[in-house]
Design a binder for this molecule. Structure first.
Ligand code: F0G
Length: 361
Protein backbone atom coordinates (compact mmCIF):
# COMPACT_ATOMS: atom_id res chain seq x y z
CA UNK A 1 0.00 0.00 0.00
CA UNK A 2 0.94 3.66 0.02
CA UNK A 3 2.59 3.30 3.43
CA UNK A 4 4.78 0.31 2.44
CA UNK A 5 3.16 -1.56 5.30
CA UNK A 6 4.45 0.87 7.93
CA UNK A 7 2.24 1.17 10.98
CA UNK A 8 3.86 4.55 11.62
CA UNK A 9 3.53 6.20 8.21
CA UNK A 10 -0.11 5.22 7.88
CA UNK A 11 -0.57 8.04 10.41
CA UNK A 12 1.39 10.52 8.30
CA UNK A 13 -1.38 13.10 8.79
CA UNK A 14 -0.07 13.37 12.37
CA UNK A 15 3.61 13.41 11.31
CA UNK A 16 5.97 16.03 9.82
CA UNK A 17 6.45 14.12 6.53
CA UNK A 18 4.43 11.89 4.21
CA UNK A 19 6.91 9.02 4.31
CA UNK A 20 10.25 8.08 5.80
CA UNK A 21 13.11 5.61 6.08
CA UNK A 22 11.10 2.45 6.77
CA UNK A 23 11.84 -1.20 7.58
CA UNK A 24 8.72 -1.16 8.07
CA UNK A 25 7.79 -0.51 11.69
CA UNK A 26 4.65 -0.51 13.84
CA UNK A 27 1.51 -2.66 13.43
CA UNK A 28 2.40 -4.53 16.62
CA UNK A 29 0.02 -6.97 18.33
CA UNK A 30 -2.32 -6.11 21.19
CA UNK A 31 -2.40 -9.38 23.11
CA UNK A 32 -5.14 -10.60 25.40
CA UNK A 33 -3.64 -12.12 28.56
CA UNK A 34 -6.59 -13.86 30.26
CA UNK A 35 -4.60 -15.50 33.06
CA UNK A 36 -2.82 -12.30 34.08
CA UNK A 37 -6.06 -10.36 33.73
CA UNK A 38 -7.80 -12.70 36.18
CA UNK A 39 -4.87 -12.89 38.59
CA UNK A 40 -4.21 -9.15 38.71
CA UNK A 41 -7.96 -8.50 38.81
CA UNK A 42 -8.92 -5.84 36.29
CA UNK A 43 -11.88 -5.75 33.90
CA UNK A 44 -9.70 -5.90 30.81
CA UNK A 45 -5.97 -6.32 30.38
CA UNK A 46 -4.22 -6.00 27.05
CA UNK A 47 -0.51 -6.09 26.28
CA UNK A 48 0.74 -3.93 23.42
CA UNK A 49 3.92 -5.72 22.41
CA UNK A 50 6.24 -3.14 20.92
CA UNK A 51 9.03 -5.70 21.03
CA UNK A 52 7.60 -6.92 17.72
CA UNK A 53 9.04 -3.96 15.81
CA UNK A 54 11.81 -4.62 13.23
CA UNK A 55 14.74 -4.14 15.62
CA UNK A 56 12.77 -5.47 18.59
CA UNK A 57 11.73 -2.31 20.40
CA UNK A 58 9.41 0.71 20.18
CA UNK A 59 12.40 2.91 19.32
CA UNK A 60 11.88 2.05 15.63
CA UNK A 61 8.75 4.19 15.55
CA UNK A 62 10.71 7.26 16.56
CA UNK A 63 13.76 6.47 14.47
CA UNK A 64 11.86 6.15 11.17
CA UNK A 65 10.81 9.80 11.61
CA UNK A 66 14.04 11.07 13.20
CA UNK A 67 16.29 9.68 10.47
CA UNK A 68 13.93 11.08 7.81
CA UNK A 69 14.38 14.53 9.36
CA UNK A 70 18.16 14.06 9.46
CA UNK A 71 18.11 13.27 5.72
CA UNK A 72 16.11 16.41 5.07
CA UNK A 73 18.54 18.57 7.05
CA UNK A 74 21.49 16.85 5.40
CA UNK A 75 23.66 16.01 8.42
CA UNK A 76 26.89 13.99 8.27
CA UNK A 77 26.70 11.89 11.40
CA UNK A 78 23.84 10.54 13.50
CA UNK A 79 24.48 9.95 17.19
CA UNK A 80 22.83 8.79 20.37
CA UNK A 81 23.57 7.73 23.92
CA UNK A 82 21.78 4.54 24.78
CA UNK A 83 20.96 1.84 27.27
CA UNK A 84 20.85 -0.31 24.12
CA UNK A 85 17.59 -0.20 22.21
CA UNK A 86 17.94 3.32 20.85
CA UNK A 87 21.40 2.40 19.57
CA UNK A 88 20.06 -0.75 17.87
CA UNK A 89 17.29 1.24 16.17
CA UNK A 90 19.56 4.11 15.16
CA UNK A 91 22.14 1.71 13.72
CA UNK A 92 19.55 -0.12 11.61
CA UNK A 93 17.73 2.99 10.35
CA UNK A 94 21.03 4.80 9.80
CA UNK A 95 22.26 1.82 7.76
CA UNK A 96 19.02 1.84 5.77
CA UNK A 97 19.53 5.52 5.00
CA UNK A 98 23.22 4.94 4.25
CA UNK A 99 24.32 7.42 6.93
CA UNK A 100 27.14 7.33 9.46
CA UNK A 101 26.10 6.41 13.00
CA UNK A 102 27.83 6.85 16.35
CA UNK A 103 26.52 5.36 19.59
CA UNK A 104 27.72 5.87 23.16
CA UNK A 105 26.95 3.00 25.53
CA UNK A 106 27.54 2.62 29.29
CA UNK A 107 30.29 -0.02 29.51
CA UNK A 108 29.10 -3.40 30.76
CA UNK A 109 25.49 -2.28 31.23
CA UNK A 110 23.94 -2.98 27.83
CA UNK A 111 22.25 -6.32 27.10
CA UNK A 112 24.04 -8.57 24.61
CA UNK A 113 21.43 -8.54 21.84
CA UNK A 114 21.46 -4.76 21.62
CA UNK A 115 25.25 -4.41 21.34
CA UNK A 116 25.22 -7.14 18.68
CA UNK A 117 22.65 -5.20 16.66
CA UNK A 118 24.58 -1.93 16.78
CA UNK A 119 27.74 -3.80 15.87
CA UNK A 120 26.38 -5.69 12.87
CA UNK A 121 24.45 -2.73 11.47
CA UNK A 122 27.74 -0.88 11.32
CA UNK A 123 27.56 1.77 14.00
CA UNK A 124 30.74 3.10 15.52
CA UNK A 125 30.32 2.05 19.17
CA UNK A 126 31.97 3.92 22.02
CA UNK A 127 31.89 2.12 25.37
CA UNK A 128 31.89 4.84 28.00
CA UNK A 129 33.26 4.31 31.48
CA UNK A 130 30.14 5.79 33.07
CA UNK A 131 26.37 5.35 33.17
CA UNK A 132 23.79 6.25 30.51
CA UNK A 133 23.23 9.75 31.87
CA UNK A 134 26.92 10.59 31.44
CA UNK A 135 26.78 9.19 27.89
CA UNK A 136 23.88 11.51 27.12
CA UNK A 137 25.72 14.51 28.63
CA UNK A 138 28.60 13.80 26.24
CA UNK A 139 26.40 13.30 23.16
CA UNK A 140 24.69 16.60 23.92
CA UNK A 141 28.11 18.27 24.08
CA UNK A 142 29.04 16.71 20.72
CA UNK A 143 25.84 17.94 19.09
CA UNK A 144 26.28 21.42 20.62
CA UNK A 145 29.67 21.52 18.92
CA UNK A 146 28.18 20.52 15.58
CA UNK A 147 29.84 17.09 15.56
CA UNK A 148 26.64 15.05 15.24
CA UNK A 149 22.86 15.10 14.88
CA UNK A 150 21.20 13.98 18.12
CA UNK A 151 18.72 11.13 17.89
CA UNK A 152 17.90 10.58 21.54
CA UNK A 153 14.34 11.28 22.65
CA UNK A 154 15.36 14.90 23.32
CA UNK A 155 14.87 15.12 19.56
CA UNK A 156 11.17 16.05 19.24
CA UNK A 157 10.77 14.24 15.92
CA UNK A 158 11.45 10.93 17.67
CA UNK A 159 8.44 11.57 19.88
CA UNK A 160 6.27 12.37 16.84
CA UNK A 161 6.85 8.84 15.59
CA UNK A 162 6.28 7.31 19.01
CA UNK A 163 2.87 9.00 19.21
CA UNK A 164 1.68 6.32 16.81
CA UNK A 165 1.90 3.71 19.59
CA UNK A 166 -1.11 5.46 21.11
CA UNK A 167 -2.97 5.95 17.83
CA UNK A 168 -2.55 2.32 16.82
CA UNK A 169 -3.35 0.96 20.26
CA UNK A 170 -6.54 3.03 20.59
CA UNK A 171 -7.76 1.74 17.24
CA UNK A 172 -7.04 -1.87 18.23
CA UNK A 173 -8.55 -1.50 21.70
CA UNK A 174 -11.69 0.11 20.32
CA UNK A 175 -12.06 -2.54 17.62
CA UNK A 176 -11.57 -5.45 19.99
CA UNK A 177 -13.05 -4.17 23.26
CA UNK A 178 -15.49 -1.54 21.98
CA UNK A 179 -13.91 1.05 24.24
CA UNK A 180 -10.65 2.89 24.95
CA UNK A 181 -8.38 1.87 27.83
CA UNK A 182 -8.89 3.69 31.13
CA UNK A 183 -5.20 3.46 31.81
CA UNK A 184 -1.92 2.97 29.94
CA UNK A 185 0.92 1.48 32.00
CA UNK A 186 4.45 1.81 30.64
CA UNK A 187 8.07 1.55 31.76
CA UNK A 188 9.85 4.87 32.22
CA UNK A 189 13.52 5.58 31.62
CA UNK A 190 14.19 8.91 29.95
CA UNK A 191 10.41 9.49 29.94
CA UNK A 192 10.31 10.11 26.18
CA UNK A 193 7.61 7.57 25.52
CA UNK A 194 5.45 8.97 28.32
CA UNK A 195 5.83 12.43 26.76
CA UNK A 196 4.97 11.01 23.32
CA UNK A 197 1.79 9.36 24.58
CA UNK A 198 0.77 12.55 26.34
CA UNK A 199 1.20 14.48 23.10
CA UNK A 200 -0.86 11.81 21.34
CA UNK A 201 -3.81 12.09 23.73
CA UNK A 202 -3.59 15.89 23.77
CA UNK A 203 -3.82 16.06 19.99
CA UNK A 204 -6.70 13.56 19.91
CA UNK A 205 -8.45 15.59 22.60
CA UNK A 206 -7.94 18.92 20.79
CA UNK A 207 -9.16 17.55 17.48
CA UNK A 208 -12.27 16.23 19.21
CA UNK A 209 -11.47 12.62 18.30
CA UNK A 210 -11.74 11.60 21.96
CA UNK A 211 -13.73 13.10 24.84
CA UNK A 212 -12.25 14.35 28.11
CA UNK A 213 -13.53 11.31 30.01
CA UNK A 214 -11.83 9.00 27.48
CA UNK A 215 -8.32 10.28 28.22
CA UNK A 216 -6.40 7.32 29.67
CA UNK A 217 -4.46 7.69 32.89
CA UNK A 218 -0.77 7.63 32.00
CA UNK A 219 0.95 5.43 34.55
CA UNK A 220 4.73 5.11 34.64
CA UNK A 221 6.78 2.31 36.15
CA UNK A 222 10.42 2.58 37.21
CA UNK A 223 12.81 0.15 38.86
CA UNK A 224 13.39 0.81 42.57
CA UNK A 225 17.08 1.32 41.89
CA UNK A 226 16.46 4.12 39.39
CA UNK A 227 13.24 5.91 40.28
CA UNK A 228 13.74 9.70 40.13
CA UNK A 229 10.29 10.24 38.54
CA UNK A 230 8.53 8.35 41.31
CA UNK A 231 10.48 10.38 43.84
CA UNK A 232 9.56 13.65 42.09
CA UNK A 233 5.85 12.80 42.27
CA UNK A 234 6.11 11.85 45.95
CA UNK A 235 7.84 15.18 46.57
CA UNK A 236 5.03 17.22 45.01
CA UNK A 237 5.57 17.00 41.22
CA UNK A 238 7.48 20.25 40.74
CA UNK A 239 11.09 19.29 41.17
CA UNK A 240 13.09 16.31 39.94
CA UNK A 241 16.46 15.34 41.40
CA UNK A 242 19.08 13.53 39.31
CA UNK A 243 20.15 10.14 40.75
CA UNK A 244 23.88 9.59 40.25
CA UNK A 245 23.91 5.95 41.29
CA UNK A 246 21.38 3.73 39.56
CA UNK A 247 21.11 -0.04 39.36
CA UNK A 248 18.53 -2.54 38.12
CA UNK A 249 18.26 -5.78 36.17
CA UNK A 250 16.12 -3.77 33.74
CA UNK A 251 19.17 -2.12 32.17
CA UNK A 252 17.02 -0.43 29.50
CA UNK A 253 15.59 1.87 32.19
CA UNK A 254 18.74 2.22 34.28
CA UNK A 255 18.49 6.01 34.07
CA UNK A 256 18.91 8.61 36.82
CA UNK A 257 18.23 11.81 34.91
CA UNK A 258 15.04 11.48 32.82
CA UNK A 259 15.56 14.35 30.39
CA UNK A 260 11.93 14.36 29.23
CA UNK A 261 10.54 14.72 32.75
CA UNK A 262 9.40 18.32 32.08
CA UNK A 263 7.11 16.97 29.32
CA UNK A 264 6.17 13.69 30.98
CA UNK A 265 5.36 14.73 34.55
CA UNK A 266 2.55 17.10 33.48
CA UNK A 267 1.18 14.29 31.29
CA UNK A 268 1.02 11.87 34.19
CA UNK A 269 -0.48 14.51 36.46
CA UNK A 270 -3.07 15.94 34.07
CA UNK A 271 -4.39 12.55 32.97
CA UNK A 272 -4.86 11.48 36.61
CA UNK A 273 -2.10 8.89 36.43
CA UNK A 274 0.78 8.13 38.73
CA UNK A 275 4.19 6.46 38.82
CA UNK A 276 5.35 3.49 40.86
CA UNK A 277 8.64 1.74 41.57
CA UNK A 278 9.07 -2.05 41.46
CA UNK A 279 11.85 -4.36 42.63
CA UNK A 280 14.03 -6.44 40.32
CA UNK A 281 12.38 -9.54 41.79
CA UNK A 282 8.92 -8.23 40.89
CA UNK A 283 10.17 -7.46 37.38
CA UNK A 284 11.53 -10.99 36.91
CA UNK A 285 8.30 -12.54 38.20
CA UNK A 286 6.31 -10.47 35.71
CA UNK A 287 8.70 -11.45 32.90
CA UNK A 288 8.02 -15.11 33.72
CA UNK A 289 4.26 -14.51 33.92
CA UNK A 290 4.20 -12.94 30.45
CA UNK A 291 6.37 -15.75 29.09
CA UNK A 292 3.84 -18.26 30.43
CA UNK A 293 1.23 -16.60 28.22
CA UNK A 294 3.58 -16.90 25.25
CA UNK A 295 4.80 -13.30 25.29
CA UNK A 296 8.57 -12.87 25.43
CA UNK A 297 9.81 -9.52 26.72
CA UNK A 298 12.96 -8.03 28.17
CA UNK A 299 13.04 -7.04 31.88
CA UNK A 300 12.24 -3.31 31.42
CA UNK A 301 9.07 -4.27 29.55
CA UNK A 302 7.93 -6.61 32.29
CA UNK A 303 8.10 -3.65 34.68
CA UNK A 304 4.75 -2.48 33.25
CA UNK A 305 3.01 -5.66 34.43
CA UNK A 306 4.87 -5.61 37.76
CA UNK A 307 3.80 -1.98 38.29
CA UNK A 308 0.17 -2.67 37.43
CA UNK A 309 0.10 -5.61 39.84
CA UNK A 310 1.51 -3.46 42.63
CA UNK A 311 -0.90 -0.58 42.02
CA UNK A 312 -3.85 -2.98 41.88
CA UNK A 313 -2.85 -4.54 45.22
CA UNK A 314 -2.52 -1.08 46.73
CA UNK A 315 -6.00 -0.22 45.46
CA UNK A 316 -4.73 2.63 43.26
CA UNK A 317 -6.01 0.73 40.21
CA UNK A 318 -9.57 -0.54 40.63
CA UNK A 319 -11.06 -3.85 39.48
CA UNK A 320 -13.36 -2.28 36.88
CA UNK A 321 -10.57 -0.72 34.83
CA UNK A 322 -9.64 -1.50 31.23
CA UNK A 323 -5.85 -1.41 31.12
CA UNK A 324 -3.22 -1.48 28.37
CA UNK A 325 0.34 -2.36 29.37
CA UNK A 326 3.16 -1.50 26.98
CA UNK A 327 5.90 -4.07 26.59
CA UNK A 328 8.65 -2.11 24.93
CA UNK A 329 11.35 -4.64 24.01
CA UNK A 330 11.69 -8.27 22.89
CA UNK A 331 12.93 -11.16 25.07
CA UNK A 332 15.88 -11.80 22.71
CA UNK A 333 17.29 -8.36 23.45
CA UNK A 334 18.57 -9.67 26.77
CA UNK A 335 19.18 -13.42 26.45
CA UNK A 336 21.15 -13.54 29.72
CA UNK A 337 18.27 -12.14 31.78
CA UNK A 338 15.83 -14.50 30.06
CA UNK A 339 17.99 -17.56 30.69
CA UNK A 340 18.48 -16.57 34.33
CA UNK A 341 14.73 -16.15 34.81
CA UNK A 342 13.87 -19.41 33.06
CA UNK A 343 14.69 -23.04 33.77
CA UNK A 344 18.07 -24.63 33.02
CA UNK A 345 18.63 -27.16 30.22
CA UNK A 346 19.12 -30.73 31.50
CA UNK A 347 22.08 -32.65 30.05
CA UNK A 348 21.27 -36.20 28.90
CA UNK A 349 23.13 -38.88 26.95
CA UNK A 350 22.43 -39.27 23.21
CA UNK A 351 20.30 -42.36 23.77
CA UNK A 352 16.51 -42.88 23.71
CA UNK A 353 16.42 -45.25 26.69
CA UNK A 354 18.51 -42.83 28.74
CA UNK A 355 16.24 -39.93 27.76
CA UNK A 356 13.12 -41.93 28.79
CA UNK A 357 14.89 -42.84 31.99
CA UNK A 358 15.68 -39.21 32.64
CA UNK A 359 12.03 -38.26 31.99
CA UNK A 360 11.01 -40.83 34.57
CA UNK A 361 8.96 -42.88 32.09
N1 F0G B 1 11.64 0.08 27.68
C1 F0G B 1 12.71 -0.21 26.93
C2 F0G B 1 12.88 -1.61 26.44
C3 F0G B 1 13.65 0.80 26.62
O1 F0G B 1 14.71 0.50 25.87
C4 F0G B 1 13.45 2.11 27.14
C5 F0G B 1 14.41 3.17 26.88
C6 F0G B 1 12.32 2.34 27.91
C7 F0G B 1 11.44 1.31 28.16
C8 F0G B 1 12.03 3.67 28.49
O2 F0G B 1 11.58 4.57 27.53
O3 F0G B 1 13.21 6.38 27.85
O4 F0G B 1 11.10 6.76 26.60
O5 F0G B 1 11.07 6.43 29.06
N2 F0G B 1 15.54 2.98 26.34
C9 F0G B 1 16.46 4.05 25.93
C10 F0G B 1 17.58 3.49 25.08
C11 F0G B 1 16.88 4.95 27.01
O6 F0G B 1 18.68 4.07 25.05
O7 F0G B 1 17.36 2.49 24.43
P1 F0G B 1 11.74 6.14 27.77
Amino acid sequence: DAFEGSGVWRYSAALPFEEGVTLPEGSTPLHAVPRLEAEIGVNNLRVKHEGMNPTGSFKDRGMTVGVRVAQEIGVDRLACASTGNTSAALSAYGARADMETLVLLPAGKVAAGKVAQASLHGARILEVDGNFDRCLDIVQDLTDRGEAYLLNSLNPFRLEGQKTIGLEMFEQFEREEGTLPDRIVLPVGNAGNTAALYKCVRELRRSGAIAEHEVPKLTGVQAEGSAPMVEAIENGWDHIERWDDVETIATAIRIGNPVNAPKALPGIRETGGTAVAVSDEQITTAQRDLAEEGIGVEPASAASIAGLRKLRREGVVSDDEDVACLTTGHLLKDPDAAAAAGSDPEPVPADTEAVLDHLGA
